[in-house]
Design a protein around this ligand. Sequence first.
Ligand SMILES: [Zn+2]
Length: 353
Amino acid sequence: MGIFLDPRRTAAPHRADTSRRRRRAIRAALALAVGAALPAQAAPLAGVGAPPHVAAVRLAEAPVPTAKPGAAPRRHPRAANAAGDATGDGAAEREVSDRGGLFGTGLFSGSRATSGGGGGGNTAQRALLAAYPGAFRIDGDTVVFPDGTRIAWDDGRRKSAAALLADPDVEDMFHYPYPAGAPARAPGRDEDPGRIRNDAFFKALYGSSAGAVRGSLRSVPWVPRLGGGQLPVTTRFGVDRKLEAVSRELERLPARFHKYLVPSAGTFNWRVIAGTDRQSVHSFGAAIDINTKYTNYWRWDAPKSGGPLPYRNQIPLEIVSVFEKYCFVWGGRWYHYDTMHFEYRPELLPHCR
Ligand SMILES: [Zn+2]
């Protein structure tokens, strides 16, 4: 197996984890923030013209030369923002500037200049606070929950792609911008937007044991017109109601989409992710797998001889768009793809926070 096929065994530094990459990620996140002003229904389908925010993301994701490892120290996002465009791919930043008035009094107002040390001062911290209202506060460099749980926002460590997955701080969850509304395409090497999760953070949000999570579950009808049965979903943050809304919209799609939706492969399941000791978001009742028959999963497709993963997907973008509208991210947007998987991650979707 190639070293990158099992991220936990990968010891080599992630060469793209440079300040340049972070600047690119911040610009893409800001471009997505602009997209939040568009109605969710405007999410493009395959073959349909992309709205401006998608075009901006494409520009922001244009390949940039990889810096030599260790060439630049890890920099704080606000420093990256202040540094301006030094990489030559500044179209996305201009897009933000041109439309910045949309956020003049909103969530992202002043985010470029505000200190991150005073609690919720930078863009990612504001996004997280808005995504899970009232669940925690950010005190300096620490996320503090009402029960006293304290989790590092930024542990200050520079990480390989494998370490980002295995040992992320809360800030690392924003490392790869999530390309909401974009057409399906093969993600760049190791780009797993939404797959980086701080276990302690999610346990504090939803419950730290199966029993604790069960106390917040409610049975939700899954595409009842199609005979989808009942699925247990967390009521925390209204995830149950969001999934019901997804279900109602999916039922209204033309019949050719129905085969992807039923039978569902399930929601709540207290378990770790295959091949890891990290807790799956299914553990918290905040994820759903649709029909396994049409799924593609990187572990099934990984070349035995090593080498890059192929990208495979059969799930129509029409289905993905409905989930994203209600703040679920899609595992089909990951380099380590899992195309039947959707999970509630409002912090990564600009219109959800
Ligand atoms: Zn799943």
